[in-house]
Write a protein that binds this ligand. Structure first.
Ligand code: F0G
Length: 468
């Protein structure tokens, strides 16, 4: 038989674009064990031990698998205090992808935020964004400024249909500038993808629009770039004119409209730790470096070891590989499709790094003040050992004055670590979620029994209301 006599093999199946060479065993637990473990953890999944979790979707941050090239780079790292060649390698990767002149490495994203907001924000300022992530909001508020979310209305409606639900409402941005005055807006931010709003992307047109408005008023424009590569893929697949562009070209254009970015390399840096602030202004960079030396380290390592900088320098390019991005975004929509087929309300369309379950609809019998998303997330742990995270009133409800206000959405985020789980893990996930959904009427609300003042979701202890 001649090879040429065969019809070419065609498939729509997207397979994991890697082989697995190092594995980590999963420990299985029974439902009785998990009931006890959750109780001991104050019904807060953040306080569970990772070994007691079967599939850990708490976060996609720092949890992914690194490539053999990243590990190889780590062995070749330069751990010099000053002028490390690993720094220059990272600097060249960041400059290539973002075009920004100055690189300020930090140990993770929030350290970049700390340096940035402490330097630029003061009491009474307002900092608009599509939606500030919780650490970003906390740093803005810590500096005495107001973090204002201006995402488009559809971005707040889980079921609404829009290709770029992370977009900022440009009219509201202009109204805010008119109301506050540009002198009290030290920066305009945009988070790509919009993590707190469902991992939804921001279009190139919107990034350009925000940039034009910011620059018209002489306000710097910065990108919270944690998931810039995933955002670039959505632009490629959903925005006319970008279909034939490479993800790296799209990323370069996204950054070209901004004056700088904050970055957690634990996401699209494909590393377990690391981050940076990158920016164009010489003056601001020098002010930020002073604070970097005080809080992170010497400017050519910041908060990172040389080997971390190597892993990030390589990881930033791997995150932009089209085969990887195709698989990455498909693995999220694969779960989303299964849940949608089963009638389970999720944030539509699925975002870049996570599936977000709409607990307000699923548990309509539990009011937001009794934390429905928290309750559904705990049910997933009890039934199948799955750990997600509540993005709802426990995370966002507490106001700076101490009062409590229901969050805009009650979501359970199931965030996928990069290159970690396979399709059969996802099939199992779907089965557990469907089982929890079928038993939803049996689920009850929670109350907080003990919580810190800021970022309470990380360490609060709760109790089921009926059991208390
Ligand atoms: N900005 C966004 C949009 C984020 O998602 C995160 C972290 C940060 C900033 C802060 O970065 O963790 O390196 O300090 N998000 C993680 C998450 C924690 O689970 O979504 P970091």
């Amino acid at each position: 038989m001649e090879i040429s006599s065969l019809s070419p093999f065609k498939t729509d199946t997207i397979i994991e674009p890697f082989r697995i060479r190092s594995v980590e065993p999963i420990r299985f637990t029974t439902m009785e064990e998990r009931e006890q473990l959750l109780k001991e953890a104050g019904y807060n999944p953040f306080l569970l031990k990772a070994k007691d979790v079967v599939i850990d979707l708490l976060t996609d941050s720092g949890t992914g698998a690194m490539s053999s090239k990243q590990w190889a780079g780590m062995l070749e790292s330069d751990e010099s205090y000053a002028g490390s060649s690993s720094f220059y390698k990272l600097e060249s990767a960041v400059q290539d992808i973002t075009g920004f002149k100055h690189l300020i490495p930090t140990h993770q994203g929030r350290a970049a935020e700390n340096i940035f907001f402490t330097t630029i924000a003061k009491k009474g300022d307002v900092i608009p964004s599509n939606t500030h992530f919780d650490t970003t909001r906390a740093h803005v508020e810590h500096a005495g400024a107001e973090a204002r979310d201006l995402v488009i209305d559809k971005g707040k409606q889980p079921q609404s249909d829009h290709a770029f639900k992370g977009n900022m409402n440009l009219e509201k941005l202009q109204d805010t500038i008119r109301e506050v005055g540009s002198e009290d807006i030290p920066v305009i931010m945009i988070t790509v993808t919009n993590n707190s709003g469902g991992g939804q992307p921001v279009s190139m047109a919107n990034i350009k629009g925000v940039s034009e408005i910011a620059h018209k008023h002489n306000i710097p424009f910065f990108i919270d770039a944690c998931r810039f590569a995933e955002n670039a893929w959505f632009i490629k697949t959903r925005e006319d004119a970008f279909a034939d562009k490479k993800p790296i070209e799209i990323a370069q254009e996204m950054f070209s409209y901004a004056d700088g970015c904050t970055m957690s390399a634990k996401k699209d840096g494909m590393a377990n730790i690391g981050g940076f602030l990158a920016l164009n202004s010489d003056e601001l960079a020098s002010e930020c470096r002073n604070l970097e030396i005080l809080t992170e380290g010497f400017p050519t390592y910041g908060g990172m070891a040389g080997y971390d900088m190597e892993a990030v320098a390589q990881g930033l390019y791997e995150a932009l590989d089209p085969d990887y991005l195709r698989y990455r975004i498909r693995s999220i929509s694969y779960l989303g499709d299964k849940l949608t087929e089963a009638g389970i309300p999720i944030v539509q369309p699925t975002g870049g790094h996570a599936v977000y379950l709409d607990a307000k609809q699923i548990l309509s019998h539990i009011p937001p003040t009794e934390y429905p998303a928290w309750s559904f997330n705990n049910a997933l742990y009890l039934l199948g050992g799955i750990r997600g995270v509540e993005i709802g009133t426990v995370m966002f409800g507490k106001q700076p004055d101490g009062s409590e206000k229901p969050a805009a959405m009650e979501l359970v985020r199931l965030a996928f670590p990069r290159r970690m789980y396979t399709q059969s893990h996802v099939d199992y996930l779907a089965e557990v979620i469907i089982s929890a959904y079928e038993q939803r009427k049996k689920l009850e609300g929670y109350k907080i029994v003990d919580s810190p003042d800021v970022l309470r979701h990380f360490s609060a202890r709760l109790k089921p209301i009926k059991g208390s």
